[in-house]
Design a protein around this ligand. Sequence first.
Ligand code: GDP
Length: 471
Amino acid sequence: ESLEHEVARREVERVSDELKMYVHAKLMQIKKLASDPILVKEVNNILEISADIHKKLKSEQSRLANTVDGAGEWRKLENLQLTDLVQRRLEFLQNPSDCDKAKQILCKLVVTECGYGCQLHHVTFCLIMAYATQRTLILKSEGWRYAPKGWESVFLPISKTCRFKSDMAASQWGPNSTMDNSQVIELPQVGKLSWRPHFLPPAIPEDIADHLTCIHGDPAAWWVGQFVTYVTRPNAMMQKFLNEGKEKLGFTNPIVGVQVRRTDKLISEAKFHSVDEYMHHVVEWYDIYEKKHPGVQRKVYIATDDPGVLHEAKKNYPNYTFVSDNEVSKSADRGSRYTDASLRGIILDVYLLSRCNYLVCTFSSNVCRAAYELMQSLQGDASECCKSLDHTYSFEDDHLHSFIAVEDHQSQREGEISFNAGDTIRLTDNQWDVYCQGTNVKTGKSGLFPSYKTVKKIERVKMITYSEVPD
Ligand code: GDP
């Protein structure tokens, strides 16, 4: 397969999804305005048939992407090899033979107002910083509120050879740190980075960028997924717990994952979404899947911090089998006391969500993003295997990616921006009806723009290539 072929194939998928979103959104608008019952009936008809045509299109696209000429297997194999390379580089970076000489980056897990997914992303961020500056990451995690004995109560050590020492002298991270020769540099707490280096996501390393953009539809998520994978390698006890949990719950593929984040998240960080909104996408996925796999048992894995969700789903969707570790979810929350069970519960949820064939959740949640990121190194190109009900994907929730215009666009109405091919548009919000909110970097104007006239910008950055590690 060539890069051009893969890019074109993914564009066809993306644009046909946009067409469907656009038609759906507009017809719903017309339906709301229409008072004539004959018109409403006709609109319903069009909605139904266009949705059905779209499912047929998706089914054929999936065949083209996965079955025809063994393309799916090829992509999986390539992914495996690239994953192996990056994991070996991390292994090399993290286990220097002489720690007294090795340059290091220090991260302390003392964050308080931040849940498991957010803390996992902090450790991920630390390891990305370590990789790009070629410094071994030292994680001080004793006293971690999720597990007072530290990260290693559940995961493999981040480094086997270098440990945190209480007398470590460290300089603080700042604008000159990439040139700093101090042996240890300490990173600030979550969200407190006053100077943001250009190599952070969505940037990907130049040396693997061509290969990666050929085999993957969301290179930035794949790249982050490598680090999440490394830091969450379960220790023997955790692996046993995960294997037993999977078995006990009857988790088998095919299965669609749903993560419903509610409770404290709804106070100021995210909007409420009903069970039906999540299930709409589950039903759609199975309708498409069933075209090639008639009679499939429709299984759904539900992870949530709201125990009412499972009950509602079971009641309203009797043709679906729901799998959920409800006991565990009930004990999970942030803000209150943490127990071993709640840590194990959330790890199991992220583990199983990442192993689902398809995932419906909200990218505003760190839990949803972590599962999506893990999917990428586990399942080949799983960039199309997740539907977010709110944001588009970005590693840090408040640091969204940019688009590049591929054709000129003249503003059609008030609130829309104009652009020329080649302009960079910084995304601020996605409306999921083809229109996104953004800022044209060249003109400084902000407003709506049609996403199908743009492509996601992939930021390639020159990073250390770890030549000591063989390809
Ligand atoms: P965010 O707040 O959704 O971005 O994610 P965080 O991981 O930072 O905080 C959410 C916290 O709520 C987690 O640490 C869990 O304790 C709990 N939680 C949220 N969603 C789930 C879920 O689906 N399953 C479980 N077990 N816990 C969850």
